[in-house]
Design a protein around this ligand. Structure first.
Ligand code: NAD
Length: 445
């Protein structure tokens, strides 16, 4: 067990504090403002369940920052949802949108519930009630939800329908993204987070993030989580020539050194509800997957999976964070010391919000783009965001003395500056962008 701080909002703030040290010109008061959410809404509601009883639920929606555009962020259905988790996820959304340059701010929502233990009808009632209680807190130009853990395109269709019933006479498709393609969804949205992760990984390899390896072809990959993001990542990395050696879900992991066939894992999970028991594969505990020797480890499940107490066991050469917040600050430091690059969530998993942005634009124009067009645009945005983060890392690490001098001139305290990892470089890019827009728009009144 670890004694380190695992509250995701505290972690998100610590990550920002680390980045702010490399932004000496940033006004401390403005920075404190940027670290905190603008608005948090808590709703409590009851539903009458299929089994005849009345059950109570709590739902949250946090808008972290809207300087660069409307709030944007998923809705999570999970028993461990907390307000601080939602606040952390909302702030990561702000930084993510800024890193890839899509014109949204950051938001996130969640309902404390276990979708695995609720009937389809009960889940529908939870969604409709949550959306109607949020009322005008969400909207196509104010705050736009999307899928996250425990929610999917079907949930998004219900969110749209509920909001549309409450706002007749307007094109409300843009109130939510990740909808089914026949209800205004974008082609390519479902696999966008995995595909974006593939484009980022490819570019990072080409740019020399992993010494001696410039191509994905033949690299071994282990993936924690086999939901929307993990299963799509498995298929796409496999198609791109990588070898998927292990995957896990909440029930355990499966391993095969020569490589697994993602389509067969998906079929097995559909049939049995679990990846475990896949024919011709070895069964492992979920934690064991994180310690497998492989080229790339992809966390695609929950927060705080790589921590002080298990990160020294990691034998991957590189980590690509498709989950949000899977690595704690202590684990980040240890991985940096061990020379294991971590492609951070706010870059690696930004493909989802990027195609969500495409969906929102298509909804506004009542258009539907071809898949090739979506993927080509996604590739351009993800590759250029990767370049931007790598360049920022090089720029900072090449000018540490100048930054140190400037910090001293401005009376900023703290320990001497050390070279930054990719997370801190990405956060510096993002905070700079959001701060600039905030200042240029002016702090009102
Ligand atoms: P999902 O609910 O579709 O899948 C989650 C998966 O994680 C499931 O397979 C579940 O069994 C597995 N899981 C849960 N606990 C686990 C554990 N302890 N060990 C191993 N596996 C475990 O959710 P998703 O949409 O795929 O989201 C996964 C992660 O990706 C989350 O961190 C989410 O915030 C992030 N993310 C999602 C999107 C998106 O577009 N859906 C975009 C960006 C980031």
């Amino acid at each position: 067990m670890t004694t380190e701080e695992l509250n995701p909002f505290v972690i998100a703030q610590r990550q920002c504090d680390a980045a702010a040290r490399y932004l000496p010109e940033l006004e401390p008061g403005l920075f404190e403002f940027l670290k905190r959410p603008d608005k948090v809404v808590i709703v409590e509601f009851a539903i009458s369940t299929s089994s005849g009883d009345v059950r109570n639920f709590v739902g949250y929606r946090a808008v972290h920052n809207r300087a660069r555009g409307p709030g944007k962020g998923g809705i999570r259905y999970h028993p461990d949802v907390t307000l601080d988790e939602v606040r952390a996820l909302a702030s990561w959304m702000t930084w993510k949108c800024a890193v890839v340059g899509v014109p949204f701010g950051g938001a996130k929502g969640g309902v404390v519930c276990d979708p695995k233990k609720l009937s389809k009808r009960d889940l529908q009632h939870i969604t409709r009630r949550f959306v109607s209680d949020l009322g005008n807190e969400i909207g196509p130009h104010t705050d736009i939800p999307a899928p996250d853990m425990g929610t999917n395109a079907e949930t998004m269709a219900l969110i749209y329908d509920t909001y549309d019933l409450m706002h007749r006479g307007a094109n409300n498709l843009g109130v939510v993204t990740g909808k089914p393609v026949h209800i205004g969804g974008s082609r390519g949205r479902e696999e966008a987070t995995g595909r974006g992760g593939l484009y980022v990984t490819r570019r990072a390899l080409e740019r020399g993030v992993l010494e001696g390896t410039s191509r994905l072809d033949g690299l071994s990959v282990a993936i924690q989580g086999f939901g929307n993001v993990g299963s799509n990542a498995a298929s796409l990395f496999h198609e791109a020539g990588a070898r998927i050696v292990a995957v896990s879900d909440s029930t355990g992991a499966v391993y095969r050194g020569e490589g697994l066939e993602p389509a067969r894992i998906a079929a097995h999970k559909r049939a049995t509800g679990s990846v475990v028991g896949l024919p011709a594969a070895e069964t492992l505990g979920g934690e064991e997957l994180l310690a497998l020797p492989c080229d790339i480890l992809i966390p695609a499940a929950l927060e705080s999976q790589l921590r002080e107490d298990n990160v020294r066991d990691v034998r991957a050469r590189m980590i690509v964070e498709l989950a949000n917040g899977p690595t704690t600050p202590v684990a980040d430091r240890i991985l940096l010391e061990r020379g294991i690059p971590v492609v951070p969530d706010i870059l690696a998993n930004a493909g989802g919000v990027t195609v969500s942005y495409f969906e929102w634009v298509q909804n506004d124009q009542n258009e539907q783009w071809d898949l090739d067009e979506v993927n080509a645009k996604l590739d351009r945005i993800m590759s250029s965001a990767t370049d931007g983060v790598l360049e920022k890392q090089r720029e900072i690490n090449g000018h540490l003395d100048d930054l140190e001098t400037r910090r001293r001139e401005l009376g900023r305290g703290g320990a001497p500056l050390e070279p930054v990892d990719l997370r801190t470089a990405a956060l510096v890019v993002a905070v700079e962008r959001v701060a600039r827009v905030t200042l240029d728009r002016g702090i009102w009144p």
